[in-house]
Write a protein that binds this ligand. Structure first.
Ligand SMILES: Cc1cc2nc3c(=O)[nH]c(=O)nc-3n(C[C@H](O)[C@H](O)[C@H](O)COP(=O)(O)OP(=O)(O)OC[C@H]3O[C@@H](n4cnc5c(N)ncnc54)[C@H](O)[C@@H]3O)c2cc1C
Length: 218
């Protein structure tokens, strides 16, 4: 959680560009979605540690309270959800750390009086890899949000479904049907987003209702 005194507030789904500068002047910039939305100077990020990465291991392992970072943002005006958007059904689909902007949307929805029916499909390797697991359980107590988890590598003992990657068929079974005419937000690693978006269009969801955010990687 970053304290940004002059933060202008942000919409759910937006991101920031974060710039790090080493002592020798070397700079690296990466984008991170905002888990927080609305007003206030507390800006929340959630960073997945990519072992071979340049920036994410530093943010996860080395950044300390009191360190200063350079932020640019909030950025992005397309991959956002606002309570006044009129769709009565909203489908969120996350792969791994792609949950971050979708959590911001679920939080914004929970604290609004929107009657939209939200569904979240969250694909992640194992239960231990879930970001915001207990908060999602908490949010799902609200009948306006339904959460479905897919564990791709290992799952809990006694789980109703064995660990398996999403397929077009298991996706279709978990999301709002085409007839519900949902706004769809898909976020995660590039390959995940491309596979899911392709399946959605094949299943008949209008492409212009499917918004995507690619985090990079495979
Ligand atoms: C709009 C936007 C929002 C993003 N939001 C988040 C967020 O909320 N949380 C978050 O953790 N990341 C997010 N990312 C990804 C983030 O910007 C970085 O790409 C990621 O942290 C890796 O940076 P790095 O410097 O550690 O790795 P790099 O040094 O850039 O890359 C090292 C290796 O990791 C691979 N790699 C890069 N990115 C990923 C990835 N996302 N998944 C798997 N492998 C990857 C590269 O292909 C390369 O082989 C977002 C990206 C975008 C474009």
């Amino acid at each position: 959680v970053l304290d940004v005194p002059d933060w202008p507030g942000n919409l759910a789904g937006q991101h920031v560009d974060l710039r790090l500068t080493a002592e020798d002047g070397y700079q690296a910039v990466r984008s991170y979605s905002l888990a927080s939305a609305g007003d206030g100077s507390a800006v929340e990020l959630a960073v997945d540690r990519i072992d071979t990465g340049e920036v994410s291991p530093y943010l996860v392992d080395e950044l300390l309270p009191g360190d200063q970072l350079e932020l640019r943002g909030p950025l992005g005006g397309w991959f956002v959800w606002r309570p006044e958007i009129s769709a009565s059904a909203v489908q969120l689909i996350a792969g791994g750390s792609g949950i971050v902007p979708l959590l911001a949307m679920a939080r914004a929805h929970a604290s609004s009086d929107s009657s939209a029916a939200f569904r979240l499909l969250y694909s992640v390797r194992t239960p231990d890899d879930e970001f915001f697991a207990s908060e999602l359980d908490e949010l799902a107590r609200d009948p306006r949000l339904e959460v479905t988890r897919v564990h791709t590598r290992a799952t809990r003992e006694g789980a109703a479904q064995p660990a398996a990657r999403l397929t077009r068929e298991s996706l279709a079974a978990a999301v709002h049907p085409v007839a519900a005419d949902p706004d769809v937000f898909v976020c995660g690693p590039t390959r995940f987003v491309e596979a899911v978006a392709t399946w959605l269009v094949e299943l008949g969801y209008p492409a212009e209702r499917v918004r995507t955010e690619r985090f990079g990687g495979l």
